[in-house]
Design a protein around this ligand. Structure first.
Ligand SMILES: *Cc1c(COP(=O)(O)O)cnc(C)c1O
Ligand SMILES: [Zn+2]
Length: 397
């Protein structure tokens, strides 16, 4: 007879803790943000981590993000909603050596994820946990990729999905939502406008919303990038990580992962310097970082080809700024024009059709190297967060 134990993931989750006020929330019930009205902060999942857990548990595990299931929130195997997300390749810059000198520069290429972006990670975790908690309807505001990922994973989980997306978003992002059977609502506005609407309607209709960092589990999915980076670099983290920052989930997620890995004793205390790269049209984090502020101002300068970066005010701006400061990081903006030319440069020379969000990082790398912020010999990792194929209607050839 198969015992119950065989159907459990072995998740070590203990609770959800508020990083602002310390309030502890149960991980066994539905949560959004901290219940304390004064902070309403993103909740961080906590795990019972100890040095007695050996890396060897990973041997022979599937090449998806669920290989780290002890450090993810899902309790029952049957609730995992997976389409093979994660364990994406790390690919070195091969031909553009004139720009990299004696640095070692790599992409972590997220474009091969289901629905063509790293949003698959966060949404796989959030939809899985929603299934475990018996949720029947999930809604989200999106700049594009999160909506497609939610639509696909909700279809897989037989959960109803409702997606609010700015009208200006390229057609492919809308079509994929409809094809996966989600209810798509187009809004004459930006992602903040979508967010306000979803927030109001979710209350009225009892929908669960997976708006960036307003529920705890998308962060858990995205943090698996940090686990993979450590494992794929043989537990020696790079010196610098460049990240295209919208809501900041991936940036915060990697930082959380490195903290967990240190508590497991799988890595040491060295941390990469984290760099937030924003589009010139939404540069609130860059401005706040450079001015020494702890929160960002609303900043929406309108259309950008990098729709994933059109987030006028990240909900977790305080945490993003803390990560940048704690790691001696930096923040930098890139224009649409620069993204377009970087995208083409990478396509022609490296054979990768990366997203404009990823392309921004290549441009940022060149700038940070020119000012010697990136030092000779340092190992640099750029996260190509998505596939360029979804953006072609906005790329001039
Ligand atoms: C969403 C998205 C981003 C930004 O991710 P955050 O977690 O919101 O910071 C970057 N690139 C692409 C392709 C995206 O879809
Ligand atoms: Zn709190």
């Amino acid at each position: 007879m198969i015992s119950d134990i065989d159907t459990e993931t072995g998740s070590l989750i203990t609770n959800l803790t508020c990083p602002e006020c310390g309030a502890i929330h149960s991980a066994a019930v539905i949560n959004t943000v901290c219940v304390n009205e004064a902070c309403r902060s993103t909740l961080f999942a906590k795990y019972n981590l100890s040095r007695s857990i050996n890396k060897s548990i990973l041997a022979g595990r599937p090449a998806t993000m669920w290989r780290y299931k002890e450090f993810l929130p899902v309790i029952e195997e049957k609730n995992i909603v997976t389409l093979g997300e994660g364990f994406t390749p790390i690919i070195p810059i091969e031909n553009l050596r004139q720009f990299i000198g004696d640095n070692e520069v790599f992409w972590k290429d997220e474009s091969g994820n289901p629905t063509g972006s790293f949003k698959a990670r966060g949404i796989s975790a959030a939809v899985s946990k929603a299934k475990e908690l018996g949720i029947d309807t999930i809604a989200t505001p999106t700049a594009g990729n999160a909506g497609g990922a939610l639509a696909a994973y909700a279809a897989r989980a037989a959960i109803r999905a409702i997606v609010y997306m700015p009208k200006q978003t390229p057609k492919v992002f809308k079509d994929e939502c409809r094809l996966y059977g989600a209810e798509l609502v187009e809004i004459d506005g930006n992602i903040s406008d979508c967010g306000r609407l979803v927030n109001e309607l979710a209350l009225v209709h009892g929908w669960f919303q997976v708006s960036t960092l307003k529920e705890p589990y998308r962060l858990e999915g995205k943090k698996t990038m940090g686990y993979e980076i450590a494992e794929q670099f043989n537990w020696q983290l790079p010196d610098v990580i460049l990240y295209p920052t919208g809501g900041g989930t991936g940036l915060i997620g990697m930082w959380k992962a490195f903290d967990e890995l240190e508590r497991l004793g799988w890595i040491g205390s060295k941390r990469p310097r984290m760099v937030a790269v924003q589009s010139q049209s939404c540069d609130g984090i860059v401005k706040a970082f450079n001015a020494g502020h702890h929160v960002s101002e609303f900043a929406d300068g309108g259309f950008t080809i990098a729709n994933g970066l059109r987030v006028p005010k990240p909900y977790a701006d305080k945490v993003i700024l803390r990560v940048l400061r704690e790691t001696n990081g930096a923040a930098i903006t890139i224009s649409d024009e620069e993204m377009g030319s970087a995208l083409k440069e990478i396509a022609r020379n490296e054979g990768m059709l990366i997203a404009p969000e990823g392309a921004a990082l290549w441009q940022a790398f060149k700038k940070l190297k020119a000012t010697n912020w990136i030092k000779p010999g340092e190992k640099v990792l750029m996260i190509n967060t998505g596939s360029g194929y979804k953006y072609l209607e906005n790329i001039e050839l």
